[in-house]
Design a protein around this ligand. Structure first.
Ligand SMILES: Cc1cc2nc3c(=O)[nH]c(=O)nc-3n(C[C@H](O)[C@H](O)[C@H](O)COP(=O)(O)OP(=O)(O)OC[C@H]3O[C@@H](n4cnc5c(N)ncnc54)[C@H](O)[C@@H]3O)c2cc1C
Length: 585
């Protein structure tokens, strides 16, 4: 079968990724049809995604860069003009006297920032751009129900409720039948941008041997709103420009079992999210009157910013939603189908990269398509090379997003994590030729491949450990020790060791052992063994790393060993293979 003159491209899903993908495809002169399950987002009666009012997102360089290459320069200008720069995190807490504290942590030594954007608004701006193009047809209220990737045919169920299609002929047909109708559509290339519960992915799986892994983490989220400063019952000392607290930051209230975050909105309110284990949600759902106390204990000052009555009302009215993490491979089939965005790699939101990664998918995909002829064979090669490049990057950012949960609710309070950040920033600022940059800066402010970011950061860790600053003060040395991987290292006349062997079934273990190296009979000064069972080795590693950091901080403060810890360490060898720990003498 010969290739038609113009490529017919079906985009399934008109979320941010689908809308941008349609823009890229249309700019190449293709015939583009977008099919979206819901009504037109720009219609006020349309129920938003997840049934929440809106989600405020952190738009980072990758998302910006993808829009930059969309061929619609004014799209980016509009998005930027309706966004708020966030230069860092504001960490909220209380000191030992109970007084509220705010601590600003800049994201970047060079002053680079993320932008707070309203997802629905961003999506609307993109749809407006797409709507202007003559070679794009938008079909709302159309749900993908079937796809044959070999025959290149797809089937959509068209909802009977008032159709909002841009295609007048089809709208007319709808009026003749009150029930849902099935529509058959041919295509050359289908772009599956239909989100975490993707139907395109489901149908793709029938044609390709796709490996698939899905994890629900034991954390739910619920949205809250801090009203503008003019109507808020409380303000913090950094409040300005009509906001109840600083508009220049992403605000975090870290807690041991969760966190509360707030992102500024252009209407001077903050969209906030509570992340907490499902058990905590269950307890509060049983007794919503306890929500204020829960906030008072865990997130000092936050309840006052929202208002106590509003806090409870919002907890009861807003949905309590799960967080899913999805990895799959490959992302495509032959020349005819590829999944992008959440459909390919839904991730937990803790790195603020879900949408950014999805928009980057679009840029990278079209780079590959542009590099090959517009024929079925050329497209097969392009999708193949795209999947080969993108799968490891998607898996990496998925893992980093999970790991960042610990960073956000523990790392932001860990002196050791902050020390490493400062060292890397110092080198980046004062000795740029060393190429040092924090992982956060590489992920959020660059377009370096995610997989390369992790490799580069690991290399930096090894260099730091290897002696560049290995002889400076004890805490710094200790920080580097803990952050740099398995091993053992001399620590101020004592020896410290830690390890992370294990497997997914038996769990991963780590021990921190500090011995007085000058005596034959080494005395265990601070033993700690911890175990975690995690879906991935990388995540286990990060969890253990955080545990180790906490232990080391306790050690440096001269705090006592936990009761029974010495006994535990004695038996560590029974659990851990190969040998429990290696201690340098
Ligand atoms: C609490 C929270 C905070 C977040 N914060 C950030 C952040 O700060 N930064 C960031 O980059 N990301 C963030 N994200 C992630 C971000 O929201 C998603 O990654 C992004 O929305 C994915 O875009 P998408 O277009 O791939 O999918 P979606 O936005 O899910 O869009 C998919 C579209 O497909 C449609 N659809 C579904 N099924 C069908 C079907 N069968 N037929 C036709 N259409 C269909 C849906 O109606 C929808 O419109 C956050 C997510 C959450 C939950």
């Amino acid at each position: 079968m010969g290739e038609p003159k113009t490529t017919k491209c079906l985009v399934v899903g008109a979320g941010p990724v689908g809308a941008l993908a349609a823009l890229y495809a249309a700019r190449r002169g293709w015939d583009v049809e977008i099919y979206e399950l819901r009504g037109d987002l720009r219609d006020a009666s349309t129920t938003p995604l997840n049934f929440t009012k809106s989600i405020n997102l952190a738009l980072a360089e990758r998302g910006v860069n993808a829009m930059r290459h969309s061929g619609s320069s004014d799209l980016l200008d509009r998005v930027v003009s309706e966004s708020i720069p966030m230069y860092g995190r504001m960490i909220h807490g209380a000191d030992s006297s109970g007084a509220l504290t705010e601590e600003s942590q800049q994201y970047d030594v060079h002053g680079r920032f993320n932008r707070a954007v309203d997802r629905a608004n961003l999506n609307k701006l993109m749809l407006d751009k797409v709507d202007l193009l003559p070679n794009v047809k938008l079909h709302f209220n159309h749900k993908l129900v079937g796809a044959d990737l070999r025959k290149r045919k797809a089937w959509f169920e068209r909802k009977a409720s008032p159709p909002q299609t841009a295609d007048g002929a089809q709208a007319h047909q709808d009026q003749t039948d009150e029930r849902s109708q099935e529509v058959e559509v041919d295509f050359d290339l289908m772009l599956g941008c239909d989100g975490a519960h993707s139907n395109v992915r489901y149908h793709l799986m029938k044609f390709v041997r796709m490996n698939y892994e899905q994890t629900y983490i034991d954390t739910l989220w619920c949205e809250f709103t801090i009203p503008p400063g003019s109507s808020a019952s409380s303000k913090t000392p950094t409040a300005k420009d009509g906001f109840a607290t600083s508009a220049d930051h992403l605000h975090i209230w870290p807690a041991d079992d969760g966190m509360f975050i707030a992102i500024p909105s252009v209407d001077k309110s903050f969209t906030c999210t509570l992340f907490a284990p499902s058990a905590i949600f269950a307890t509060l759902e049983q007794d919503p009157a306890a929500v204020t106390d829960f906030f008072r204990t865990n997130f000092p000052g936050a309840a006052d910013l929202i208002g106590h009555a509003e806090l409870r009302e919002q907890f009861e009215q807003n949905p309590h939603l799960p967080l899913i993490s999805i990895k799959c491979s490959p992302h495509h089939y032959g020349s005819s189908g590829v999944i992008l965005g959440d459909a390919a790699h839904a991730m937990v939101p803790f790195y603020g990269q879900g949408m950014n990664a999805g928009l980057e998918d679009v840029r990278v995909l079209f780079q590959h398509l542009d590099a090959h002829p517009a024929t079925p064979a050329g497209r097969t090669a392009a999708l193949d090379s795209y999947s080969t490049e993108r799968v490891p990057d998607a898996h990496t950012i998925n893992d980093l997003a999970l790991a960042n949960y610990w960073e956000m609710h523990s790392g932001v309070r860990s002196p050791l994590t902050l020390i490493r950040k400062r060292v890397e920033e110092f080198l980046n600022d004062k000795l740029p030729s060393t190429g040092f940059a924090t992982q956060y800066a590489r992920v959020s402010f660059s377009n370096q491949r995610y997989s390369e970011v992790v490799e580069t950061v690991a290399k930096q860790g090894r260099i730091l450990l290897g002696g560049l600053i290995g002889t400076v003060v004890l805490p710094l040395d200790a920080a580097i020790l803990v952050l740099s991987g398995n091993g053992a290292r001399q620590l101020d006349g004592a020896t410290c060791a830690w390890f992370t062997p294990g497997d997914e079934v038996n769990g991963y273990y780590a021990a921190l052992v500090v011995k007085d190296g000058s005596k034959d009979e080494a005395k265990v000064r601070y033993p700690l063994v911890t175990k975690t069972t995690c879906p991935s080795a990388r995540l286990a590693f990060v969890q253990l790393q955080v545990e180790m950091e906490r232990s080391l901080v306790r050690l440096l403060r001269g705090e006592a060993c936990p009761e029974g810890a010495a006994e535990v360490i004695e038996h560590a060898g029974q659990w851990v293979k190969p040998p429990p720990y290696a201690v340098e003498k």
